[in-house]
Design a protein around this ligand. Structure first.
Ligand code: FAD
Length: 362
């Protein structure tokens, strides 16, 4: 297949070299596709041959098993960008293989608003709708215009609107499924240079604006990057706290009726004062709690379990599980189970992992 236009058979490598957690074994083959047509042709051919496929962007939301992997990696690497100004709306159209933060930086440098709160998130443009990427009060669902995908069930390449994607908190019809490959994505921008409304209290405070206000996108980007660096959430080869898959657990959403029991468990363990301060927000389906807060209060502090552990919680942020250099998938899984089970035991709340698992599970 490497003879096809736009397909490069990359040298044999392991997923540890292609993922930000830096773990994962050797695939059967790695095919890099530098055009959308190449992505379609390769995935179509592999599907017809019933060959297992891993569609890969930046590898920043993956936990991959070690050893020999029975799959072919199709790396999406089409990176074109186009600005479309018509019918009163400014749209940016980007290839799925473009690095997400390069797109954010480009829009901000041009003076356009919209993407700035999502600065510094690793990975590719094409993966952003997969888990409805979000940070600092903005989710991709709020700014997404359209997606061009290759529907692997029907074999059709088409533009679809966000409604077709089933976007919800850190999920969509694409997450943990082989439904479709994203080829291009369009986002709505503010041509007048106003940011998205600043909804996140910590960010509003740093910017000195009222929640809900719009402001200068470049200032928002710089502030978001600064906040993210402080939490080890911007990739840095020299900082093991960033050798992660980002937040490892989603914030749990519990039924409203279950909230008093959780508060009672927190009060029983840590006192009424702490229980009253437990973060809890109204969310679709119930009440959203903070996974990081629960992890820390259950006894898993920053850097848990120790400085000599191959896999440990980030020393900056309890929600990131990190590889200190020699961790295996088994090390990460053991730590994830320890944390998940500890939170359940302490407070009766189930945590669910955010990354996609390949060949292994928690
Ligand atoms: C330090 C750090 C900070 C992070 N911060 C955030 C954050 O603030 N908010 C947030 O939401 N996430 C965050 N993440 C998680 C991650 O960056 C995002 O989920 C990102 O969108 C993943 O993109 P990727 O290209 O690396 O996807 P990959 O890890 O390569 O793939 C993830 C999944 O998407 C699928 N996929 C990838 N590309 C495509 C495509 N073109 N078509 C169809 N499926 C595809 C893959 O098959 C896989 O199932 C963070 C991760 C790290 C390491």
């Amino acid at each position: 297949m490497s003879g096809l236009d736009g397909v490069v058979a990359a040298p044999a490598t392991t997923l540890s070299e292609l993922t930000t957690l830096r773990i994962g074994g050797r695939p059967r083959a790695l095919l890099e596709c530098v055009t959308a047509d190449a992505v379609v042709e390769v995935v179509r051919a592999l599907d017809e041959a019933s060959e297992p496929v891993l569609v890969l962007g930046g590898g920043s939301n993956l936990v991959v098993a070690g050893g020999d992997l029975d799959l072919t990696v199709v790396a999406v690497r089409n990176r074109e960008v186009e600005y479309l100004d018509g019918s009163g709306e400014l749209i940016v159209r980007a290839g799925a293989g473009l690095t997400w933060d390069d797109l954010v930086a480009d829009t901000v440098e041009r003076g356009y608003g919209g993407l700035e709160c999502l600065s510094g998130i690793p990975g590719s443009v094409g993966a952003t709708p997969v888990q409805n990427v979000g940070a600092y009060g903005v989710e991709v669902s709020q700014i997404l215009h359209r997606v061009r995908w290759f529907d692997r069930r029907t074999g059709v390449v088409e533009w679809v609107t966000p409604e077709a994607l089933g976007l919800a908190y850190r999920t969509s019809v694409l997450k943990n499924t082989d439904r479709a490959v994203v080829l291009e994505v369009e986002f709505r921008l503010d041509a007048a240079g106003r940011s998205e409304p600043i909804r996140y209290a910590e960010l509003a405070g740093r910017l000195g604006v009222e929640p809900g206000e719009r402001t200068d996108p470049a200032t928002v980007r710089e502030t978001v990057l600064e906040l993210r660096r402080g939490k080890g959430m911007v990739l840095d080869d020299d900082d093991n706290d960033t050798w992660s898959a980002g937040s490892f657990f989603t914030n749990p959403v519990i039924r409203d009726e279950a909230l008093p029991a959780v508060r009672d468990r927190v009060a029983g363990k840590l006192g009424d004062g702490v229980a009253e301060q437990m973060p809890a927000f109204a969310a679709p389906g119930g009440t959203k709690l903070s996974a990081g807060w629960l992890i820390e209060r259950a006894g898993f502090g920053k850097g848990y379990p120790s400085s000599s552990s191959p896999a440990r919680l980030s020393t900056k942020h309890t929600l990131a599980l990190t590889n200190r250099g020699a961790a295996t998938a088994d090390d990460v899984i053991a730590l994830a189970r320890d944390v998940r089970d500890g939170v359940r035991e302490a407070f009766g709340v189930d945590l669910h992992p955010e990354p996609v698992w390949v060949g292994c599970s928690i």
